[in-house]
Write a protein that binds this ligand. Structure first.
Ligand SMILES: *[C@@H]1O[C@H](CO)[C@@H](O)[C@H](O)[C@H]1NC(C)=O
Ligand SMILES: *[C@@H]1O[C@H](CO)[C@@H](O)[C@H](O)[C@H]1NC(C)=O
Ligand SMILES: *[C@@H]1O[C@H](CO)[C@@H](O)[C@H](O)[C@H]1NC(C)=O
Ligand SMILES: CC(=O)N[C@H]1CO[C@H](CO)[C@@H](O)[C@@H]1O
Length: 524
């Protein structure tokens, strides 16, 4: 059986663990674990970027001798002997060309409503997944991606589990733990407003947050997924009830480079786990960058989901024209072929992004504004030109604007001059680098690294067989109780009764006084 951990696997793991214990712990100063755990990571509907959040943690845990099995929809990415990746092979249908989202913003969301139920229907029929599901009790802990992965919740029933919030602060995920973020200043996961929020922003934000939570959880996506799951597992409690039993949430955020918000002890910020110092570049890239002279290099990548090759031709040509006018060299992550390239532009299907961002002669980063790219920019102090496409990109773009970390442009209004002017400003104006470098110092100035925290809390939950002692009593309250609607009603009632009684007393008193007055008059 492919999934069984064979002997060779075990031996390699033991050697690894031995090496780790001899050379000190891979994840900082943590004491060696009491034993080697088996951990199952579930991201059956994860994007590549979601896996990038999980992998550093998986590797750090594997370095400590734990056995990690990861359920994904991607080809294998790790060579670690303690990590086994299981690719179920099902893909979310449609929604692939992210440039289509520009004209139809709801497309990005509605394709989940059609795609997720299909995955829910098919996932547990895939033999590898079926086998894993049957063996789920063998694992000491399950970790699940909190974004779009409700289809994986049947695994979590009667298990100890941690949720990993890949987009960082997520008000819906937080509310499940009993921590309802304030819509007066906490954005939804896709967009943000300039700060401080105006009354209209707060109004809009409140309505949109309530509306979207209902849309996803009560009206559309979850009910459709639930229907498919119930058909296969009639005994299972509702998915949203299973979700409430989470022991801990690891958030891909941190207050030093994000929004400071009140968090529960069961919400641990572990943002930017994947950020690391640059490694030496392949020879060809290294010489292309270092031979660019003092003008330097611009790095251009739209991340792992939106392929540059799907960019509409007129937009692509705007960039090509703009690059002609710039003295810099440009490295463009482009998945197709391009004719008419000027000498200063190099394209490549795959590029070692962090190693490029770490290079001294790279001056600016044209990005879609993905969260991981933003974190890397801050870590490597790289000014950004962000062109948000979908998902959380508009929110990250607003963060870049609010904190002066670079400039942002809209795809729909793009001109050649805008691109040239923005890049000239980003490269010439030192303020972006100053702000980034301040934030980068804050990001690195922490008692423990994000990865150490994530490893500690993961092992902590296993050591204590869950963490019910971290659970906020707020999670047990209904909406009426949480918003104190019953108490407010009672207060109103009490006020009304007091008012009513006072009125009666006044009436009686005044009647008496008048009567006394009248009697006095009559006597006179
Ligand atoms: C809730 O979590 C605990 C501890 O992690 C686990 O033992 C229990 O079986 C879970 N309950 C349900 C109904 O999933
Ligand atoms: C987030 O908020 C923006 C503006 O407030 C709104 O247009 C967008 O639809 C919201 N997105 C979600 C997923 O709630
Ligand atoms: C290449 O450039 C020439 C002249 O600028 C233009 O006429 C031609 O359409 C371009 N070809 C492509 C494939 O962009
Ligand atoms: C938002 C922010 O902190 N912006 C700062 C960026 O850097 C310039 C120059 O150092 C400051 O003037 C801005 O206030």
């Amino acid at each position: 059986m492919e999934l069984r951990l064979n002997n060779r696997f075990m031996t390699l793991g033991t050697i690894c663990a031995l090496l780790v214990s001899l050379t000190g712990c891979a994840a900082g100063e943590l004491a060696a674990p009491e034993r080697h755990y088996k951990i199952l990571m579930l991201l059956p509907v994860g994007y590549e970027s979601h896996r990038t959040v999980f992998m550093p943690l998986a590797e750090a845990l594997a370095d400590r001798g734990h056995k990690i099995v990861i359920l994904t929809n991607k080809p294998k990415s790790s060579k670690h002997p303690n990590i086994l990746e299981v690719n179920h092979g099902l893909q979310l249908s449609s929604g692939q060309n992210k440039f289509k989202c520009l004209n139809y913003p709801m497309n990005g969301i509605s394709h989940f409503a059609t795609g997720l139920p299909t995955i829910a229907r098919d996932l547990y029929k895939v033999p590898k997944v079926k086998d894993l599901f049957e063996r789920r009790k063998e694992f000491d802990l399950i970790m699940v991606d909190s974004s779009f992965n409700e289809v994986a919740y049947p695994f979590l029933h009667e298990a100890t589990f941690i949720m990993v919030s890949t987009p960082g602060i997520d008000y819906r995920q937080s509310a499940v733990l009993g921590n309802v973020f304030h819509p007066g200043y906490v954005p939804n996961f896709s967009s943000d407003f300039p700060r401080p929020y105006s009354i209209w922003s707060r109004f809009h934000n409140t309505l949109v947050q309530i509306g979207f939570a209902f849309y996803w959880r009560k009206w559309t996506v979850i009910p459709l997924v639930q229907k498919e799951i119930s058909a296969q597992f009639p005994e299972l409690p509702p998915l949203l009830d299973i979700e409430r039993n989470m022991s801990l949430a690891l958030l891909n955020s941190h207050f030093t480079f994000g929004l400071p918000v009140p968090l529960l002890p069961s919400q641990v910020e572990v943002g930017a786990m994947h950020c690391r110092p640059g490694n030496p570049l392949p020879q060809e890239l290294e010489s292309w960058i270092s031979e660019a002279g003092s003008s330097g290099v611009i790095y251009f990548s739209l991340g792992s989901i939106a392929s540059s090759a799907s960019m509409p031709v007129h937009l692509r040509d705007l960039f090509l024209q703009a690059f002609r006018r710039l003295p810099q060299r440009v490295i463009w992550k482009y998945e197709g072929e391009l004719k008419n390239l000027t000498d200063n532009v190099m394209i490549s299907k795959w590029l070692p992004q962090q190693d490029i961002l770490a290079h001294d002669n790279v001056k600016a980063f044209i990005s879609h504004g993905g969260l991981l790219s933003l974190q890397e920019s801050i870590y490597h102090v790289m000014p950004l030109l962000a062109l948000p496409l979908f998902g959380d990109h508009p929110r990250n773009a607003m963060f870049i604007r609010n904190n002066d970390l670079g400039l942002t442009l809209e795809w729909t209004q793009l001109t050649e001059d805008m691109i040239v002017d923005a890049l000239i400003d980003i490269i010439a104006n030192p303020k972006y680098k100053e702000n980034l470098s301040r934030m980068s110092r804050l990001m690195r100035d922490q008692v423990t690294t994000s990865k150490e925290r994530a490893v500690f809390w993961t092992e902590y939950v296993i050591r204590h067989h869950g963490a019910p002692h971290l659970r906020s009593p707020a999670a047990q309250l209904s909406w009426v109780e949480f918003l104190m609607l019953d108490v407010i009603l009672l207060l109103h009632l009490a006020l009304f009764i007091i008012f009513f009684i006072l009125r009666r007393i006044l009436k009686v008193l005044s009647a008496k006084i008048f009567r006394a007055h009248d009697n006095k008059k009559k006597k006179e």
